[in-house]
Design a protein around this ligand. Structure first.
Ligand code: NAI
Ligand code: UGA
Length: 442
């Protein structure tokens, strides 16, 4: 099939590349000249494991190309995917200016085209209920009839985006037109060969499914974060509780890891957007307000522990930070807990030397040159008063503890991701704070 992908970010680039991998011809459009320059020089502008090889192969095969020319992309494609940003607006709701702006442009383009071929405009961005209808109305203003707007929310996770896209747990397609359902079925069948379902529904249900899934996962993490804080006070070990809880098949093992609050470009904004839309429809989801509030507090927790350890004064202290991205296997810094934590440390006149395997360039955008950036994990340590672990990159899991001990000023670790075993830390002589477990004092 001939496809266009409008917006070549985390979702657009992965979707476009994976569609091309299945033999489709995909034109990706972006209006960011720097990004386009990189893409056209065959440079993947994001860190996403497994993407590079598919990206290069499909460019070689001439199935994947990049342009700023929206008109050509729309003209040459039967299905047009919108993978545009839907950031949080000032009042918490999703800002739809990118989606509506491109819908207007598509309307104008379709109106000016000589032929009147059936086009499917697929919204893959995360958008509030009713957006597909609004997009339809925008395009209809240009007297276009032979088209359908489909809602096809995306569920990929950064860091696993290629795997998630190639083998999705499920595909959700919201539409009203049987021809559109059929085209979408044909497009997605190669991705669900194992028998995972394609759920066909109305666009409103599809739009709500996306917010429901993200908010539910955010709620689950938040439950575990509150539970962890309680466990710590009550002398229980949240890691033991988590494993035993998760073994109940009704609960499941995944997404029960407590930490320093969920971050990323989606959970925080999507929870807020659902709070806002549910209020607008007069059916407020009160539980999500608590989720958002608890999550904001959780991001403050580690610095609270640090300050308590140093009797409230960390002025002039130096902290080594391992991990900046909002989670491992990505360079994405959007809403990363590290931003809150490092700013708190700096505001208290402490020094920070940080290292991340992939996110240091993006971190500079959010944190500037206020923290120092180290070349590798160990060069962040010399003379630091403590080590803070903010992202659970695999390479931090089994470090050279002797080296850590020799480089740090104090044998002191604050672990925001529970990557070490407290008993081992005791044995190694560290003072060790983690989440939802008793501190280890040495
Ligand atoms: N990042 C993720 O893991 C996931 C994101 N989503 C949703 O997908 C949507 C996109 O998210 P991301 O890919 O993370 O955003 P992103 O910010 O990485 O990418 C968006 C791209 O759209 C481009 N763009 C903006 N206006 C444009 C225009 N008028 N014409 C052409 N290109 C334009 C930007 O330059 C950027 O490259 C959001 O609604 C998000 O909530 C859904 C599932 C997963
Ligand atoms: O809509 C989106 O953008 C995507 O949002 C999340 O994906 P992502 O933000 O890439 O990352 P997650 O793996 O979900 O992690 C989100 C945050 O929750 C935290 N988290 C995750 C799991 C857990 O058990 N505990 C926990 O604190 C992570 O550290 C991270 O800060 C969803 O998992 C995807 O299904 C969805 O498509």
């Amino acid at each position: 099939m001939k496809l266009a992908v409008i917006g070549t970010g985390y979702v657009g680039l992965v979707s476009g590349t994976c569609f091309a991998e299945m033999g489709n011809t995909v034109i990706c459009v972006d209006n960011n000249p720097d990004k386009l320059e990189k893409l056209n020089k065959r440079i993947v502008p994001i860190y996403e494991p497994g993407l590079e090889i598919l990206f290069q192969r499909n460019i070689d095969k001439k199935r994947l190309s990049f342009t700023s020319d929206l008109r050509r992309a729309v003209e040459e494609s039967e299905i047009i995917f919108l993978c545009l940003p839907t950031p949080q607006g000032e009042d918490g709701s999703a800002d739809l200016k990118y989606v509506f702006g491109v819908a207007e442009e598509i309307g104008k383009i379709l109106q000016s085209l000589p032929n009147n071929e059936f086009k499917i405009i697929v919204n893959k961005s995360t958008v509030p209920v009713g957006t597909s209808t609004a997009v339809r109305q925008i395009i209809e203003k240009y007297n276009i009839e032979n088209f359908e707007v489909v809602s096809n929310p995306e569920f990929l996770r950064e860091g696993f985006a290629v795997d998630d896209f190639m083998k999705p747990d499920r595909i959700v397609v919201g539409a009203r037109n049987p021809k559109a359902f059929e085209k979408m079925r044909i497009l997605y069948e190669p991705f669900v060969r194992q028998g995972n379902p394609i759920f066909e529904m109305d666009p409103e249900s599809a739009e709500v499914t996306k917010y429901a899934s993200n908010s539910y996962l955010a709620m689950r993490i938040t439950f575990m974060n509150e539970l962890a804080n309680f466990c710590e006070k009550a002398g229980a070990n949240v890691e033991m509780v988590r494993k035993a809880m998760g073994s109940d098949s009704r609960i499941g093992k995944r997404f029960l890891f407590p930490g320093i609050g969920y971050g990323g470009s989606c959970f925080p904004k999507d929870v807020n957007a659902l709070i806002k839309t549910s209020e607008e429809f007069g059916s407020p989801m009160k539980i999500l307000k608590v989720v958002d509030e608890v999550n904001k507090n959780q991001k403050q927790l580690l610095v609270k522990k640090v300050k308590e350890h140093f009797n409230g004064n960390i002025e002039g202290k130096k902290f080594a930070v391992w991990g900046l991205s909002f989670k491992p296997n990505t360079d994405d810094m959007r809403e990363a807990p590290s931003i809150v934590i490092i700013n708190q440390l700096l505001d208290s006149n402490a020094k920070v030397v940080a290292y991340d395997p992939a996110a240091m360039e993006n971190a500079r955008f959010y944190l500037g040159d206020k923290p120092e950036y180290a070349q590798d994990q160990y060069s962040a340590l010399p003379d630091a008063d403590a080590l803070l672990i903010l992202t659970e990159w695999n390479e931090f899991r089994n470090p050279d503890f002797d080296k850590i001990k020799s480089l740090l000023k104090n044998k002191l670790i604050f672990d925001g991701r529970n990557i070490f075993d407290p008993a081992k830390m005791k044995e190694l002589g560290f003072t060790y704070y983690s989440i939802g477990r008793k501190p280890v004092n040495n």
